[in-house]
Design a protein around this ligand. Structure first.
Ligand SMILES: Cc1cn([C@H]2C[C@H](O)[C@@H](COP(=O)(O)OP(=O)(O)OP(=O)(O)O)O2)c(=O)[nH]c1=O
Length: 196
């Protein structure tokens, strides 16, 4: 069965690759939203709120451009160290500090996914546990020098050299790297999308 294209409201190359992995064709929409956490906001409600906000901004963008209605998908990934939200690092020092704070400990990676038909918006949050090895300062400097951490929540990429930092992981690997595929498939099916 030929699958209908959806809109992917995301600038993330990982999300493009992951959606391609499950055979869902898409058209990209670019829209920026303010990703600043609210005062006292916890990681779980934060990623759910951002996924929904990105989806709503995407609907506004395709309507403003006069594009036809289609299902639209958006997502947001963050690293949660306890109640702290670790987003993308602002610079090298920030990346090094984030990795030092994750060294030898377990954290959660949360990805909120939102799908909307322009009226109804459904959101799910995937939560995975990741435990880091104890990292030396030299290792942290070397990893940050690869440049890999700079566009990633928590300053690492589990799909890249960041795998060298991970002692154990439980949950959704696709969710850790930006789009939990089982949850995404189920969300799309909830809008009668022919996922198979
Ligand atoms: C923890 C982790 C995060 N990431 C990435 C996924 C996301 O792209 C990024 C978190 O940033 P997000 O704000 O979720 O997404 P984005 O800004 O890249 O794209 P958009 O908002 O347009 O959809 O961190 C990895 O690639 N690997 C990892 O192991």
């Amino acid at each position: 069965m030929t699958k209908p294209a959806i809109y992917l409201a995301s600038a993330s190359p990982r999300r493009r690759e992951l959606l391609t992995q499950i055979g869902v064709p898409f058209e990209l929409l670019r829209c920026e939203i303010d990703e600043t956490p609210l005062a006292g906001e916890l990681p779980h409600p934060y990623v759910a709120r951002l996924a929904r906000a990105k989806a709503e901004a995407g609907v506004a963008a395709y309507r403003a451009a006069g594009l036809p209605p289609r299902l639209l998908l958006a997502a947001d990934t963050t690293v949660a160290l306890g109640e702290a939200i670790l987003g993308k690092p602002v610079d090298v020092a920030d990346a090094e500090a984030m990795l030092a704070s994750l060294s030898g400990k377990s954290h959660q990676v949360m990805t909120g996914v939102a799908v909307t038909d322009g009226e109804r918006v459904e959101v799910v949050v995937s939560v995975s546990q990741v435990r880091f090895r104890i990292l030396s300062a030299a290792e942290i400097r070397s990893y940050v020098a690869t440049g890999e951490p700079m566009d990633k929540a928590g300053s690492y990429g589990a799909q890249g050299k960041g795998a060298l930092l991970i002692a154990a992981m439980e949950g959704s690997f696709s969710g850790v790297i930006g789009l939990p595929l089982a949850e995404t498939g189920a969300l799309l099916q909830g809008f009668d999308y022919p996922i198979w």
